[in-house]
Design a protein around this ligand. Structure first.
Ligand code: PEP
Ligand code: MN
Length: 334
């Protein structure tokens, strides 16, 4: 529940409400606004009884938030949150950020070559998987910590912050020591223990939507991270499973303007995993930016035909350059 105080409520009246929330066994979180104070009620499992607040002076409105998320919602936090990844701001109303790099770090040379190419073309964050969540155990599983070192070295060399996926709790600390942003992949979107742990670190989190997750579940997953104290969460739409089989997934871009209304967290789009085909990555990246995405994340490989993972959806450096060029001309039109 959110308790909105009257704009001329006194400090004593606010304190009385805070105390009433505490007496119910919940945690009050005052949110000072420009004109009025609101008090968030945290820790309740369900609907909060209004009776204890009915006679308290200075209350303008009691807003029930029955959804499984609250901290990530606009009701609770109306202003946009900008997430800063190694100095690069990702947020609604900012310059769209392009995150690019290989699906997997395959070698020092491969990630360095990709980093140089994407940096030269205009990427602002470098991606690359060291720990890979592959559908089958016989597929390339990533280089692990060795891959992380190569990614970090490549990021340092070209001057780009890096994002990489963690799959297990014990990977969080060592990865956070080198990476600027930790990715939670689609398959782990509801790994609640992992979400809680990344909520306790001081690094931004890139949370990908599970392939069968509703938006409510997606936001509830982000809530796990924010509830632990880390509000630096970027949401990433990467396509969902539907009855349609022509493409790898279904990319529903209406998610972007919808989430913009519902949450203050920035939303980016990953057309590579959504489509599974490089020829559709450029048009759908442009579409994502047009509908207001805070950025895109695309896979780029110096030699996609020989990529160990996700080659068919990876752009080569020339393709990536073309993408950036088309995005720039889009902005000129605007
Ligand atoms: C990835 O971005 O490397 C990845 C595995 O994507 P997803 O979790 O969206 O499948
Ligand atoms: Mn991939």
């Amino acid at each position: 529940m959110l308790i909105v105080m009257d704009h001329h409520a006194s400090a004593d009246q606010v304190a009385a409400v805070v105390e009433a929330v505490r007496r119910l066994g919940f945690t009050p979180q005052p949110i000072p606004g420009e004109n009025r104070v609101a008090i968030g009620v945290l820790g309740n499992q369900g609907y909060v009884d209004e009776a204890p607040f009915r006679d308290l002076p200075g209350i303008q409105e009691l807003i029930h938030v029955t959804k499984p998320y609250k901290l990530v919602s606009r009701d609770f936090h109306p202003a946009d949150t900008a997430v800063t990844v190694g100095g690069v701001a990702v947020g609604w109303c900012r310059d769209p950020v392009v995150i690019a790099g290989p699906c997997s770090v395959e070698s020092r040379e491969q990630v360095l070559a990709t980093a140089r190419a994407v940096k030269a073309a205009g990427a602002r964050i470098l991606r690359g998987g060291a720990f890979k969540p592959r559908t089958g155990p016989h597929s390339f599983q990533g280089l692990g910590y060795e891959g992380l070192e190569y990614l970090a070295e490549a990021g340092r060399e070209v001057g780009l912050p890096i994002v990489t996926e963690v799959m297990r709790i014990d990977q969080i600390e060592p990865v956070a020591a080198l990476a600027d942003c930790l990715q939670i992949g689609a398959r782990n979107m509801q790994n609640f223990d992992l979400l809680k742990e990344v909520g306790r670190i001081g690094k931004p989190i890139l949370l990908k939507r599970g392939m069968s997750a509703t938006l409510e579940e997606f936001l509830a997953a982000a809530e796990y991270v924010v509830a632990e104290g880390n509000d630096q969460v970027i949401l990433c739409e990467r396509g969902i499973r539907t009855f349609e089989r022509a493409l790898r997934n279904t990319l529903d871009l209406s998610v972007v303007p919808y989430l913009r209304q519902v949450t203050h967290l920035p939303v980016i789009v990953d057309p590579s995993h959504a489509l599974g085909r490089r020829d559709l990555v450029i048009p759908m990246s442009k579409a994502a930016i047009v509908v207001g995405a805070a950025g895109i994340m695309v896979e780029v490989h110096p030699d996609p035909a020989h990529a160990l993972c996700d080659g068919p959806q990876s752009l080569d450096p020339a393709g990536f350059q073309q993408l950036i060029g088309e995005l720039r001309s889009l902005e000129n039109l605007a």
